[in-house]
Design a protein around this ligand. Structure first.
Ligand SMILES: [Zn+2]
Length: 1025
């Protein structure tokens, strides 16, 4: 024991001595002789233009010290250089030090980027003759151009400077020696002072220092030899293995626009290709088909090189999706299409399907993902972001993840908690030490390469990891592939734990609400594409000559999928990106409307009027797979709108003659005002009482009298909160916002009756949120409708405020139910444990429900995703006002609808799911000639539990449809899918539309019979005859 203090003193002295070595002088020797350029000239443009166009421009002389810009411009430099003859045989670099991300072009091809300070032109450029290069310098940094902090809105007037340009001789031996020292000293530091190997590393560094004379390069090889001897001392068999894979996380848009991401992809992957040429073992994983498609279109030369390295197994396409989408908000069909578009691209371009889903960076993971992955040929999953959870630490890094239907995938979170490592000793040690499944698993992944803004791996990272390949004291660091890694796990993963249900990220809960217009457009465009596909499929089935718009639909789907990227749909992007996103949505709306018209024309052209004077009837189309009875508004030949109660058949159309309403309601709606200004609305199904401020003070079921608003409470209560996150403004809403709750109580216009009743009753009121913001709401009750609808307009001009609406309800339950993709799940209504209260703000799709036995209340919505139920209060999150990275986020006018539906029995029995669909998929109403025509229904499903979600044309051949259904109640059921379409064959298929070998379904009189387990998604190929 007495020896230890002596050892400590010795070690301290030794460390001090080693660190007195002049490392700075050594690193100054990295570059030797220098030589100026022959000439330098430039031209600037606000556009991102192709190379061919750029080189045609007039270049003006430029010099070191020149400033260029502003932000988002591009400065093209023409660089003329000549390497001195006497440098023959030396490694020559072009030192380029400027602000802004840059690409080097040579002979019309992108060849290299500015990585850090220097560009290694190395072996590429050994020609003594003169040579011309072009530098395409983007006026933005790796993370855009935030003013002050990274996520602040971009500074539009930023100037960029050229600091240094010259040719230099690069001393490779100095570089190697510096990396040797770095690894040894990092081992000495991070293995711990009591560690034997740490001592040895320090001692080796000391010996190298003894040998090394900075002024005499002839001493370097011997020092390098000592390090190599140390690094060649091998591990024992039991050592942990790290599967290192190059990676480069490129946000498809974030703090920069989509267009810049195209160049980011090219810049990052040019580097990767150059590294692959020099390092045959180097592997790189590349996700997001959209980004590869960009490079295919804009950089075909580079793309050909990528495909070459893909064939060699070094450049590895992964993930299987079109983009790395948000993991919460896209609907079930959108998620299917992410995989369908992605996998098809990977199959066509790289000859194989991905076997792993790759989503390192997203803000939560739907419990439906395992089933969707499985259906798309994927059984492995890699992510990382869950390590950002603020409250609870997820208990595993390697585990089986089971979805709501019971499907399971093998999941891995790199235990180093990063998808952008740099190959440091510390990161590799963290990977081993942090691993939560020690014993069960002896393999981990380390993803290295600069990420988020792109960049990717560098030679220095590779040089570090080469040294750590198998060094006693460190985990083995081996270049690997996802397939090698997961295959090892599958061989000895029998002891792994299983996590069931969603992977909820306890952070970034504001992303369910931020940028409401993007979210609303996403919901709307999901509906438009659904309707276009349904109606075009019916048109195709009716007339085989109908030109199903497959190519146009592919383009629209890809735009929608792109906008579901994990910084766009969540609303965490800059204003430029939000504007781009809205332009894409506009294209989907415009083209979608046109395609709908074409499908309708083909389907019922004979019914449509030739001139407006003949349009006396109305044709109503229903794209949902059940019969609906609803009040619709239709325009009469006189131009006046009238209401009608109609019953429309399932997924088809009905024609209604002019004159009286097609149906008369058994109980008309009545709105009655009391002396105190309050109003009662009633339709024989529900009755609501609203006070003059629009509060719902009573809402009961007429038949049973069951009340849903607790005594003394107000439902439809708007509340506003201070919403000041710690850092991630657009991303986060912190739990402490709940302490600042203030009801909105300033009345602008008291409640008044707009429509007194009949088929529809409605009332309206306005509230002042602040001097700058106002809510106007129309509360609508339709005949026979079981829910009260709130058509809401908000003028919103706040800063760091959060608007919600609350519905306290008379129902008690430990759990509330929320709709997710193709199903639903439950989350607690209490805050018992940290896992419970960390979910103070959650996400939901079209509906949520709080039920006790026999009774419950559902809240439906047409465009919202943020929600919570605490105790008996249901809240829907409406609008936020973050200022970073977009100061204009959510400012201005908003319109949205939500609805409250009290019900007897369970929400399944009450039809909540169907009503939520109805709210989101309005009936299509068109004037028609006054002809007699029977109702026509293309599909119907016998079980109320099963939803026919999608009908579309299969990818091939063109006379095959795909019908996708899911079990929505969480039950095991058998159902009939009936159709009047000329179907001659029905075969079940996977989500990639590949027929199941044993999937032939007998066609019977009632259609085809399908058996479902809870939340199962089944797709059927319908071959048209
Ligand atoms: Zn990201």
């Amino acid at each position: 024991a007495s020896l230890l203090p002596v050892l400590d003193v010795w070690r301290t002295n030794l460390a001090a001595k080693v660190h007195r070595f002049n490392f700075l002088a050594l690193s100054h020797r990295l570059f030797g002789d220098t030589c100026p350029l022959v000439s330098l000239s430039c031209f600037q443009t606000p556009q991102r233009i192709p190379y061919d166009e750029a080189v045609q421009q007039e270049f003006r002389p430029a010099a070191v010290g020149d400033a260029f810009g502003p932000t988002w411009w591009t400065c093209w430099f023409k660089v003329e250089l000549s390497i001195p003859r006497e440098w023959a045989g030396k490694e020559v670099h072009l030192l380029w030090d400027s602000d802004g991300e840059a690409m080097v072009w040579r002979d019309s091809q992108p060849v290299q980027v500015r990585g850090g300070e220097e560009i290694s032109l190395g072996a590429l450029l050994w020609v003594p003759a003169s040579l011309n290069l072009y530098m395409e310098v983007a006026c933005n940094g790796l993370f855009g151009a935030g003013k002050g902090t990274m996520i602040a809105p971009p500074d539009p007037d930023k100037k960029f400077t050229l600091n240094k340009v010259e040719l230099v001789v690069f001393n490779r031996d100095v570089h190697e020696l510096l990396v040797d020292f770095e690894i040894l000293l990092d081992m000495a530091k991070h293995l711990g002072e009591k560690n034997q190997r740490s001592f040895q590393a320090l001692y080796t560094a000391n010996q190298m220092v003894n040998l090394c004379d900075v002024t005499d390069p002839s001493t370097f090889p011997a020092a390098h030899q000592l390090a190599s001897a140390f690094f060649s001392q091998r591990n024992g068999e039991s050592q942990h293995t790290i599967h290192a894979m190059g990676h480069c996380h490129i946000d498809s848009a974030w703090l920069w626009p989509y267009e810049e991401s195209i160049r980011k992809c090219a810049r990052s992957w040019v580097t990767v290709v150059r590294l692959m040429e020099k390092n045959p073992g180097f592997t790189f994983t590349c996700s997001q088909a959209q980004q590869l498609e960009w490079v295919r279109n804009w950089y075909p030369g580079l793309y050909a090189q990528i495909q070459d390295f893909a064939r060699k197994g070094q450049f590895i396409p992964v993930g299987g999706t079109w983009v790395e989408m948000d993991g919460n908000l896209p609907n079930g069909e959108s998620m299917v299409r992410q995989f369908l578009q992605g996998q098809r691209f990977f199959q066509e371009q790289f000859g194989k399907l991905c076997t792993e889903f790759w989503l390192p960076d997203t803000f939560g993971y739907s419990a439906q993902l395992p089933q969707l992955m499985r259906g798309c040929g994927i059984w492995r999953f890699l992510t990382q972001k869950l390590s950002w959870s603020l409250v609870n630490t997820f208990p595993h890094h390697t585990f089986f993840w089971e979805g709501i239907d019971g499907s399971s995938v093998l999941a891995h979170f790199p235990p180093g908690d990063s998808y952008g490592m740099q190959g440091f000793v510390e990161e590799m040690l963290k990977t081993v030490n942090n691993n939560k499944d020690k014993g069960r698993v002896n393999h981990s992944v380390a993803l290295f390469g600069f990420g988020d803004g792109g960049g990717g791996p560098t030679q220095k990272m590779l040089d570090r990891m080469k040294r750590m390949k198998d060094v006693d004291g460190l985990p083995r660091v081996q270049m690997s592939t996802p397939d090698q890694f997961f295959s090892v796990l599958e061989r000895d993963g029998s002891q792994l734990y299983t996590w069931i249900g969603e992977l909820f990220l306890e952070l970034h809960n504001g992303t369910y609400t931020t940028q409401a217009q993007i979210k609303k457009s996403n919901r709307e465009c999901e509906r438009i594409l659904h309707d276009v596909e349904v109606l075009s499929s019916l048109a195709l089935a009716q007339k085989s000559a109908f030109p199903y718009p497959a190519t146009k639909l592919q383009r629209l789907w890809r735009l929608l999928l792109l906008n579901q990227f994990h910084d766009v749909l969540p609303g965490t992007c800059i204003q430029l990106v939000a504007e781009d996103a809205m332009t894409y949505y506009e294209e989907i709306r415009a083209m979608g409307t046109l395609l709908l018209k074409e499908a309708v024309q083909s389907l019922i052209g004979k019914l449509l009027p030739t001139g407006s004077e003949t349009a006396e009837s109305t044709v109503i189309m229903n794209t949902l797979p059940w019969e609906r009875t609803e009040v619709i508004s239709r325009t009469r030949p006189t131009g006046a709108d009238t209401l009608a109660l109609v019953k429309v058949c399932s997924m088809g159309y009905s024609v209604f003659p002019s004159g009286l309403g097609p149906l008369t309601s058994p109980a008309p709606v009545a709105c009655v005002e009391s002396l105190d200004g309050s109003i009662t609305m009633e339709n024989g199904v529900i009755a609501a009482h609203l006070d003059s401020m629009g509060h719902v003070t009573s809402l009961h079921l007429v038949s049973s009298g069951r009340e849903s608003v607790p005594e003394g409470s107000c439902a439809n209560q708007f509340v506003i909160f201070d919403d000041i996150p710690l850092y991630w403004d657009a991303w986060d809403v912190m739990d402490y916002h709940l302490e600042t709750r203030k009801p909105v109580t300033t009345l602008v216009k008291p409640l008044e009756i707009i429509l007194p009743g009949g088929l529809r009753g409605s009332v309206r009121f306005s509230l002042q949120i602040s001097e700058k913001s106002i809510i106007t709401q129309e509360v609508i009750l339709d005949a026979m409708c079981p829910y009260l609808r709130f058509l809401t307009q908000v003028e919103w001009n706040e800063a760091h405020k959060f608007l919600k609406v609350e519905f306290p309800v008379q129902a008690r339950s430990m759990n509330a139910t929320y709709e997710i993709q193709f199903g639903h799940l439950q989350r607690p209504t209490h805050w018992n444990t940290s896992w419970d209260w960390a979910r103070f703000e959650v996400w939901s799709h079209k509906w949520m429900d709080l039920s006790e036995h026999g009774f419950g209340v559902a809240l439906l919505n047409d465009s919202k995703y943020g929600a919570s139920v605490h105790g008996n209060t249901m809240s829907l999150s409406l609008l936020r006002a973050p200022k970073s990275p977009d100061t204009t986020a959510d400012m201005g006018h908003h319109q949205f609808t939500y609805a409250v539906m009290p019900h007897l029995g369970s929400f399944q029995e009450a039809g909540v799911i169907r009503y939520a669909y109805c709210l989101n998929f309005p009936l299509h109403t068109m004037p028609a000639d006054s002809v007699q025509c029977p109702a026509w229904s293309a599909f119907c499903v016998s079980s109320p539990a099963v939803v026919l979600e999608t009908v579309k044309q299969a990818s091939a051949p063109r006379s095959v449809l795909v019908a996708r259904l899911y079990e929505s109640h969480g039950s095991t059921v058998v159902t009939w899918l009936q159709t009047c379409l000329p179907v001659k064959e029905a075969i079940t298929c996977d989500l990639l539309e590949q027929a199941d070998p044993t999937g032939h379904l007998p066609l019977k009189e009632l259609g085809v019979e399908l058996s479902f387990t809870p939340f199962q998604v089944i797709s059927v190929l319908l071959v048209l005859g």
